[in-house]
Design a protein around this ligand. Sequence first.
Ligand SMILES: Nc1nc2c(ncn2[C@@H]2O[C@H](COP(=O)(O)OP(=O)(O)OP(=O)(O)O)[C@@H](O)[C@H]2O)c(=O)[nH]1
Length: 469
Amino acid sequence: MLQTIIRSLILVVVWILLWRIAAVMEYGPHASIWFPPAGLTFAAFLVMSWRAFPAILIAGVVTTFWVSELYGGGTPAKELLTTGVLFGFAHTLPYFLGAWLLRSKLTRLGSYGLASTIMTFLGVAALSSFCAAWLGTEVMISGKLLEADAIWYTWLPWWIGDMSGVIVLSPIFIALMSWRYPQLEHWLGGLSFTVKAGNQSSFLWKLLLILALLSLSLILTSTANKDEAAFSIFFLILPLLWVSYTESPLNTAISLALFSTITAFSVGIFGLMDYAIVYQFAVTIIAASAWFGLTVPTLMAHNELLTRQVSEDGLTKTASREHFMQSADALMNLGKRQNKPLSLIMFDVDEFKKINDSYGHVAGDRALVQVTNIVTSVLRSSDLLGRFGGDEFMILLPESSLQFAEETAERLRMEISRARLEGTNHAFSCSFGVAEVVPDEHIMATIDRADKALLVAKKRGKNCIAREN
Ligand SMILES: Nc1nc2c(ncn2[C@@H]2O[C@H](COP(=O)(O)OP(=O)(O)OP(=O)(O)O)[C@@H](O)[C@H]2O)c(=O)[nH]1
């Protein structure tokens, strides 16, 4: 309970502080480049759900009194209180509903729906801020804190400011809060905001590049005082996308927060109010693109994982049957072009069933890994080892005559027979069948001949090598 009260108090104070900062950076009445409290409200509802309500309502009431103070005052306290409560609801309800929608979508998507998560986040940010700005303006007008016709020139910049506040800043607020709520990571749709171990120097260089380019664009605009110069800020999309493609979501959130904060402050410092709308759109569009950019590394990682799963045997990490066939085709074509012989070895662990029956299937699995490790240590890097199925494996040896393949099989047989099943005194052995690839034949024909030779080796008493007839 005490913890909830402390968290709510911190939320009230931070919200009011951010509101004050945004008010300092206003380029028109109720219009700033971005409105950070909107980002905080959205993040708070996403992380804390309805528990964030009291804190944001209180902050809404306090700031309504402050607005009256800033813009002339004169409204009686009772009326201000009603306006404050109404404003609180006008601000919180749209963001609460938006965060609830995103939250329920996230729980359904899991970590594979990052692109969909980001699309929903951007859509929800646009809709929630639209409603919050519209309702907020109406409340301000009915509370006589705004002129009736102000709806037309206040509502639009209010909306864009709120929307960019949510799009640009709520991820950094979610990141800050998720350190206190680690359970968040499960449903952030593959977005992890935890600090990753490792060298951050490349990120710092990228950050410096962003700051340098931003300063250049701002100085250029204040010197030239031309629209064309102001639009140069859109070039910042390149380094920011670079960050999102190559860095963690947390680093992307930090870069966007820093980029947008400096931009918002600079509009006041450099007197760039005339270009405020350019900066507002630049910040929002660049942030939205950077969030989509985050899907690239995630998709690439998924792609890599899937490729590995398809091309690798899950247990022994040797080539899967499908991958072996594909690679064998390429190696056979190369052999044919270079006019070099290729040979194939099929081998099978002897009495493998006994290992399973005596020591269990887990020990059986370990035995298969042990055998393939021994085989890999003997083979050349150009040889291709694949699992045919069960305890049967195949090796394609480029630039190898039948004679060379037999010698290799003999070395493998010796090495394997020296090994003992981990933690036991159980000795292994394998039987081998060897065949040479005939130019233009299908790999399955060679496999068939090597397999027949393997059967012969088994019939001869196992732990030996047989060559094709
Ligand atoms: N632990 C484990 N066992 C497997 C796996 N795949 C197949 N097996 C078992 O491996 C055994 C293969 O037995 P076989 O090759 O038919 O016979 P064997 O005992 O090796 O006898 P020989 O080949 O005649 O020497 C079967 O009992 C399968 O259930 C696996 O991935 N892990």
